[in-house]
Design a protein around this ligand. Structure first.
Ligand SMILES: Cc1cc2nc3c(=O)[nH]c(=O)nc-3n(C[C@H](O)[C@H](O)[C@H](O)COP(=O)(O)O)c2cc1C
Length: 241
């Protein structure tokens, strides 16, 4: 069992976070979660849950959001609590994931402006050389947004935008979300049963439930990556099984 931190911000796409946290729990991991005040507004708007002003009552809605499996596995922290466990490098988290990541949080993390627990946890991941997976959501992207992503990628963060593909022909929003979250879990090296794996044009994608290879990097997705890509971002990623 490993511990993960999921920072949930005020970007759209809280279904990605819900799917991610559920999958981490299903894989047997402990998950620390934290919602920014803007994230609390978006959660109420998109999911219909009320995590309280500033998201400080997130703990009260965990079971409604994640399910009974969350008991004893998912721990909510107020964003003001920069003294919580994920604020220290000694917590030895397997990875910190910003999902979905707003442009505001992205900008503050890129300059080391740790004004809340989400930003501090990201800062810690960078300073400790641990996996920081950012899942930004915005469109179109300004030069500032692009520069901040590049800055973080150069520092070793993995930038995995909430930019879902359609080539697996999703029949529901959940299938679309599963495919993207499955790619995030692949990048983390976490076994999962989300989405289907591409087998080549004209071939049926394999069913969900495929585990990532035991060692070494996963083959890149031919539809989503440039073979000339040196893949230097995320070079500090930790594989765990
Ligand atoms: C319903 C709603 C959807 C939003 N969607 C996005 C988005 O997709 N991306 C983004 O960068 N900001 C989005 N915002 C704006 C952010 O919430 C806002 O910039 C906020 O200050 C971010 O704060 P945070 O980074 O501390 O969470 C949205 C706001 C609301 C209310």
């Amino acid at each position: 069992m490993s511990s993960y931190f999921v920072g949930i911000t005020g970007a759209s796409g809280h279904l990605y976070a819900q799917t991610l946290v559920r999958a981490l729990v299903a894989a047997g991991h402990e998950v620390h979660i934290c919602l920014t005040p803007a994230g609390a507004m978006v959660m109420q708007h998109e999911i219909g849950l009320h995590p309280g002003p500033k998201g400080n009552f997130l703990g009260r809605v965990i079971e409604a959001w994640i399910g009974p499996e969350a008991q004893g596995k998912v721990f909510a922290h107020p964003s003001e609590n920069v003294g919580a466990k994920p604020a220290s490098g000694t917590a030895n988290l397997a990875a910190t994931i910003l999902c979905p990541c707003s442009m505001g949080t992205m900008a503050r993390v890129a300059v080391g402006f740790s004004s809340n627990l989400v930003e501090r946890a990201a800062d810690v991941a960078l300073k400790e050389g641990r996996t920081l997976l950012c899942m930004p959501r915005e469109t179109p992207l300004s030069v500032i947004h692009l520069e901040n992503m590049l800055t973080l990628a150069r520092m070793g963060a993995v930038i995995l935008p909430c930019m879902p593909g359609l080539y697996h022909k999703p029949e529901s929003v959940q299938e679309l979300v599963d495919h993207l979250v499955g790619k995030a879990l692949d990048r983390l090296g976490v076994a999962h049963g989300l989405g289907k794996r591409w087998q080549g044009l004209g071939q049926e994608p394999t069913e969900a439930g495929i585990e990532p290879p035991a060692s070494g990097p996963l083959e890149s997705d031919p539809l989503e990556s440039d073979p000339s890509d040196s893949n230097q971002a995320g070079s500090n990623q930790k594989k765990e099984r």
